[in-house]
Structure formats: structure tokens, C-alpha cells
Design a protein around this ligand. Structure first.
Ligand code: 13P
Length: 251
């Protein structure tokens, strides 16, 4: 059985004061024991979050990590080994905002994925199509290609210790959520793509949905057979809302 997971991507939000408030709000939540909960603060706040959530069963991840596993001369980047040293367990790789705004290419993401795993950091690999691609009927082709870029270079076993997040670009921060069936269709295709190479990896890999998830629509999305939880943006900045989404994953 795959354990459900709810992860909050805080993106480029927060100040020391607002992060302290969010930590307090999260600490007060009754979180379901059967759900893995994680937050991804800006790297500046990772230490504050890890210290503030000590003793709570909430994992911390980074939103990005370097192409090289170990520390060295790479200005502005944070090495996966440094994130592990700080207490991080997870890292987002290939979020569409980084692909689109910063121009991160598949070739870079492969290096980041491998570097993270080399240090024991679990990648949450993000895939998803734009509205234009969906309207052109290319959703599965685009998502399939994004996944294949990793499988082709690192092998299917790379996903034995990783998580996949399907985030349709048109649903991110727009209030437009994929319907549960639209999301399920893509998740099913992703699982079939994994299964074509390794049935066990396909069975065990968690597939999260992201894109305007909130407490009001979470249960319906998480009720679909191939949706194992969510990657939450805006709604994760509100501790009560995020707590409610976590509880929806536990039901
Ligand atoms: P929203 O939940 O704000 O749509 O963001 C989703 C997302 O990009 C999470 O990584």
C-alpha cells in the first residue's frame, strides 16, 4: 500500500516573522498518523522550519538543489549534501516555475535528480503540461517525455526512491483545478509508463497531484485510485487550510 503524502510548497513566500507564525500554526494541527506531511520553505528558512518543527512529524524539503552533490565553488546554489546536513529529506526537482521562468532544461534536471539521490535526498519530480499543450491533445506526450528524460538517463530504479508530482501548469495558482477524472487519467498513464519497465516501482511510487488544491476539493482528488496525495502551493501558506488538506488525505 502506498502511504498518502501531502506536501506544501511555500514557493518564494515568507519573512522570518510569517514563517514563525506558520510554524506555530502547523504545530497546532491534528495531523493524521497515516499521512506523510512535508513542507518546502525557501532555502533561507529551512533551518528555522526544521528547528521550529522539531518533534512534529512533518518533514522538510528544499525547493531546489544544485547539479553537484557536494559543496564547492558554485555561487548561489545549495548542494544536496548541505541540505541533508541541515536536516532536509526531500527536494523538488523540475517545478514548472523553474522550467518556465528560469529555463531549467531536462539535461539540468537529470543532474539535479542524480545529485540529490547520491546524497540520500528524495526527489519530488514535477511534471505537467501547459494549457496550449493540453488543448493540442499533447498532455500525455509531454508528461511522458518529461518522465522519460529521467528514466532514459538514470533508469527506472531512480523512481524506486522518488516521488512524482503531476502539476498541470494551467492549474497552478489559477484557481482552476483539474477535475478528479482529468488528474486520474494522467496519473494512470504515468503509472502505466512506470509499469512498462518495472511493475514494482509502478506499484510503490507515490504520484501527487498539484494545482489549486484546497480543503474543499482535496478529498475528491485524493479519492482517485492513482492519486496518492497532493503538492500544495497557495493553500499551504495557511496552516488551518493545509491541516484540513492533510486530514482529507487521511480519510
Ligand atoms: P497552487 O496550489 O498555488 O496552485 O500551486 C501548486 C504548485 O505549484 C505546488 O508546487
Amino acid at each position: 500500500m502506498r502511504r498518502p503524502m501531502v506536501a506544501g510548497n511555500w514557493k518564494m513566500h515568507g519573512t522570518r516573522a510569517s514563517v514563525a507564525e506558520l510554524i506555530k500554526g502547523l504545530s497546532d494541527q491534528a495531523l493524521p498518523s497515516g499521512v506523510d506531511v512535508a513542507v518546502f520553505p525557501p532555502s533561507l528558512f529551512i533551518t528555522q522550519v526544521i528547528e521550529g518543527l522539531e518533534g512534529k512529524s512533518i518533514a522538510t524539503g528544499a525547493q531546489n538543489s544544485a547539479v553537484e552533490p557536494q559543496q564547492g565553488a558554485l555561487t548561489g546554489e545549495v548542494a544536496p549534501s548541505q541540505l541533508v546536513d541541515a536536516g532536509c529529506e526531500l527536494v523538488l526537482i523540475g517545478h514548472s516555475e523553474r522550467r518556465q521562468i528560469l529555463g531549467e532544461q531536462d539535461s539540468t534536471l537529470i543532474l539535479k535528480f542524480a545529485a540529490a539521490q547520491a546524497c540520500g535526498l528524495k526527489p519530488v519530480f514535477c511534471v505537467g503540461e501547459t494549457l496550449e499543450e493540453r488543448e493540442a491533445g499533447k498532455t500525455l506526450e509531454v508528461v511522458g517525455r518529461q518522465l522519460d528524460s529521467i528514466i532514459g538517463q538514470l533508469g527506472i530504479k531512480a523512481f524506486a526512491d522518488a516521488i512524482i508530482a503531476y502539476e498541470p501548469v494551467w492549474a497552478i495558482g489559477t484557481g482552476l483545478t483539474a477535475t478528479p477524472q482529468q488528474a486520474q487519467d494522467v496519473h494512470k498513464a504515468i503509472r502505466e509508463q512506470l509499469a512498462a519497465q518495472d511493475a514494482e516501482v509502478a506499484q510503490n511510487t507515490r504520484l501527487l497531484y498539484g494545482g489549486s488544491v484546497k480543503a474543499a476539493n482535496a478529498a475528491e482528488l485524493f479519492g482517485m485510485p492513482d492519486i496518492d496525495g497532493g503538492l500544495i502551493g497557495g493553500a499551504s501558506l495557511n496552516a488551518d487550510e493545509f491541516g484540513a488538506i492533510c486530514r482529507a488525505a487521511g480519510n
